[in-house]
Design a protein around this ligand. Structure first.
Ligand code: C5P
Length: 314
């Protein structure tokens, strides 16, 4: 049976979490955001978004620790679906189901990932076939990380983090992600970063050539000392309980340990899969660590994994 917009009832999209290999925070802009220079990498920790036709816009969420995830218009995925409907003139709605593995409010762009997945899912469900640059524009209007979640891979992000340029590189990197039960709000971490800087002059942020060279040469030992996060002092200031997590990772052999984005998730670079399991096991011993997950990157951004076509009457 041909799959077209009349018969497609259910669309499944997979979307990865992001980590920041570098997160350099520059001055505050007129729109209140900070100028960023960042290197994003999409890693193999996925949310799955399922979209089906509905009259209105609704959403439900399943997964660990998702009781705080809004299910109404406060959810960026619903806003994404509504923005696409407004842009394309689509008259119906959608029901979205999100199966979450990306930590909620963890600094891994889980909410932005679901918004990117909702754009891809609704575009397929409604048959709108918006060109990629238009989807990117809609994504940028929803949040600074949403365009990257569409794109995936390893890219340099500038501006608010939404102007993307692919990075030359090859091979696969191995990571351990430690999810904690701690809470940190992204705006609060940016504000704490400003407070710690105490009004000192902040120059335009940039990504070090050494990091880009390490990515090209695919050598974890060379990449390790180049990982940097300007939000880390702020995240540690607000949540000092993250210190022992970073320490435990490096003591168990990780090549580098950094707070992920605005935290409170932490991420560890390791040599290979074997070392990843050793580090994950050690991290898992800490009371503050809810889950230590082994993953690899880069992986592609939001992708259609399945669409199930049925007759409208079946
Ligand atoms: O764009 P998003 O909603 O993900 O950003 C969340 C918050 O993080 C913003 O409201 C802002 O406080 C802070 N932020 C920032 N500069 C950026 C990105 C985010 O100050 N480039």
């Amino acid at each position: 049976m041909p799959v077209d917009e009349q018969t497609t009832k259910v669309v499944h999209v997979q979307v990865p979490a992001k980590i920041n290999l570098a997160l350099r925070v520059g001055p505050t802009r007129e729109d209140g955001y900070h100028e960023l220079a960042t290197v994003f990498q999409a890693v193999s920790l996925f949310d799955r978004v399922t979209a089906s036709h509905a009259r209105g816009f609704s959403l439900d969420v399943d997964g660990p620790d998702c009781s705080d995830v809004p299910t109404g218009t406060g959810n960026l995925a619903i806003q994404a679906a509504q923005a696409l409907a407004a842009r394309t003139g689509h008259r119906g709605g959608v029901h979205l189901r999100i199966d979450k593995q990306i930590p909620v409010a963890g600094g891994m762009a889980g909410g932005s990932a679901d918004a990117a997945a909702a754009l891809v899912a609704c575009d397929a469900l409604w048959g709108s076939r918006l060109p990629p640059d238009e989807l990117h524009r809609l994504a940028a209007g929803l949040g600074a990380d949403v365009p990257f979640c569409l794109h995936g891979g390893t890219v340099v992000g500038t501006g608010r983090g939404d102007q993307l340029a692919p990075v030359a590189g090859r091979g696969q990197w191995h990571w351990v992600v430690a999810v904690t039960g701690l809470r940190l709000s992204t705006p609060a971490v940016f504000a704490e970063c400003d407070r710690l800087r105490g009004g000192e002059h902040v120059g335009e942020p940039y990504v070090a050539e050494a990091l880009l060279a390490a990515l090209r040469h695919n050598d974890p030992a060379t990449l390790a000392p180049t990982l940097v996060n300007d939000l880390q002092p702020a995240a540690l200031s607000l949540q000092p309980a993250l210190w022992p997590v970073l320490d435990a990772g490096t003591r168990s052999g990780a090549l580098a340990a950094v707070v992920c984005g605005s935290g409170p998730t932490t991420v560890f670079l390791v040599r290979d899969q074997r070392q990843a399991h050793t580090v994950a096991q050690e991290l898992q011993r800490l009371d503050v660590v809810a889950a230590a997950t082994v993953c690899t990157g880069p992986v592609p951004g939001a992708r259609l994994v399945e669409q199930v076509a049925r007759n409208q009457d079946s």
